[in-house]
Every structure is written in C-alpha cells, then in structure tokens.
Design a protein around this ligand. Structure first.
Ligand SMILES: NC(=O)c1ccc[n+]([C@@H]2O[C@H](COP(=O)([O-])OP(=O)(O)OC[C@H]3O[C@@H](n4cnc5c(N)ncnc54)[C@H](OP(=O)(O)O)[C@@H]3O)[C@@H](O)[C@H]2O)c1
Length: 218
C-alpha cells in the first residue's frame, strides 16, 4: 500500500519504518523537501522509503498518518492540502501538548473541543480517525513488546473509516483490542488522557506501558 506519513519526529519515523518493514511504500512528509531527518530516515530504511513535503506525502498516500507536533498540526495539514487528502483516511496521532510553561505540559485545547475535532472540522472531506495517541511510538507499532494484550482506541465520524483503521491496526501492528469510542468528539477524552500518561511516565520511569480494560460480566 502507498502510505503518506506527516512528521519527521520519533513518531513519524518509527511508524514509517515499521510500515516499510511490512512491505508498504512510504513518503515521509515535512515542511521542507530536503529535511535532514527525513533524508537520513529514507537512506537508513532503504527500499520503499522516501521523503518529500507534506503535500508530496498527501498526494502519494492512499492512507495517511498525522504525526506532527500538535501546535503545528493544522498548518502542516494545510500545507498537505485539502484536495490531496480528500476522501482518504487520516490516522490522527498528534496530541495538543503545550510545553511553553515547562513540565508537565498542559493541553492547548480540551474539554469542549479537541485537536482531533479541529482537524476534522478543517478538513471535512478527510476521514479522520483519532488513534495511537495514547501510547509511546514503540508500542504503537509493536504492542507485543508488552507482556500481555493492552488497549487501543479509535474515534471518528466515519464508521467505515474506523472499521478499516481497526483492521489495519490489528493486521499490521498487532493490536488485538481496539475499542471504538464513538464520533470524533471522543478525541477529547483520548487527548485528555495525556496529563495522566505524563504522570504515569514520571512515576514508572519509562514509556513502556499501556492500559488494559478489565470488566465485570463480559
Ligand atoms: N513521542 C511519542 O511516542 C508520542 C506518542 C503519542 C503521540 N505523540 C504525538 O505525535 C506527534 C509527533 O511527535 P514527535 O515527537 O514524533 O514529533 P514532534 O517533534 O512533536 O513533531 C515533529 C513534526 O512536526 C512538524 N512541525 C512542527 N512544528 C510545525 C509547524 N509550526 N508547522 C508545521 N509542521 C510543524 C515538524 O515539521 P518538520 O519535519 O518540517 O520539522 C515535524 O515533521 C505529536 O503531536 C506528539 O504529541 C507522540
């Protein structure tokens, strides 16, 4: 499959490398076509990996991943272009973290709105599925690094997009438990988990963890 990954940070490069290892072709998108990290990433990953602008990645991908910094997400997606993203599924991985006042970060949007909703509103013809934002990027692409199955979530307005996203997460990355939380407003909860995630990270001393839902009667 041809996949566009927006973002040259640890999330974009980790997801991109995993996708290429699985046999997909990936264009890693950046603000600049010759972004140093993207060039090095493509060289290191090899056949199937290339790089370009956000627009290049959007044009190329049949499936898209948004792995950009939350504060730059809307600008990055504007650069990617509404036309190139039209009708495509966008797995929305970003978090609205604000580090401007130091640690721990705050959320620059929450409660009555979310970054996932802002993305869906800005790009109504793109099928946004909020997912993967609740775990570290190593776990995103390899949940089996944890000793037992844990929980992934999806949220979005398009049921078929969520079904396809869930199959992709299961078959490609190995997520056995994917819970559909409903429409894109559920991104509020998924993003509001981050302050708790940051505290668990501090208390546990590393990012290699996730949550598991345990229910009575089912
Ligand atoms: N680290 C994790 O394991 C983890 C887990 C869950 C969710 N997330 C979320 O995933 C996203 C990516 O995280 P990351 O640590 O890999 O990378 P990051 O440093 O947060 O973001 C890097 C990407 O954002 C782009 N960017 C930054 N400012 C921009 C702006 N003003 N306009 C347009 N694009 C801009 C950069 O573009 P250039 O390529 O041009 O520099 C780059 O591609 C974040 O939203 C983060 O909260 C991270």
């Amino acid at each position: 499959m041809k996949i566009g990954v927006f973002g040259t940070g640890m999330v974009g490069t980790t997801i991109g490398a995993k996708l290429v290892a699985l046999g997909h072709e990936v264009v890693l998108g950046s603000r600049t076509r010759e972004n140093e990290k993207a060039v090095a990433w493509a060289r290191g990953v090899g056949k199937g990996a290339s790089h370009g602008t956000f627009a290049d990645a959007a044009e190329f991908g049949e499936l898209l991943f948004n792995c950009t910094n939350g504060k730059g997400t809307l600008d990055a997606l504007q650069a990617a272009g509404a036309r190139a993203m039209q009708g495509k599924i966008l797995l929305e991985v970003s978090n609205p973290l604000d580090f401007s006042k130091g640690m721990p970060p705050t959320l620059f949007v929450s409660n009555e709105d979310s970054l996932g909703e802002r993305v869906q509103r800005a790009f109504p013809a793109t099928r946004v599925v909020k997912t993967l934002n609740t775990v570290n990027c190593q776990i995103m692409v390899d949940p089996s690094r944890l000793p037992e199955p844990t929980q992934m979530f999806v949220a979005g307005n398009d049921p078929e997009a969520k079904r396809q996203a869930t199959s992709f997460l299961r078959e490609q990355f190995g997520w056995q438990h994917v819970l559909d939380l409903g429409d894109i407003t559920a991104a509020r909860g998924l993003e509001s988990y981050l302050p708790l995630w940051v505290r668990m990270f501090g208390a546990l001393g590393n990012a290699d963890f996730n949550v598991k839902i345990v229910r009575a009667g089912g």
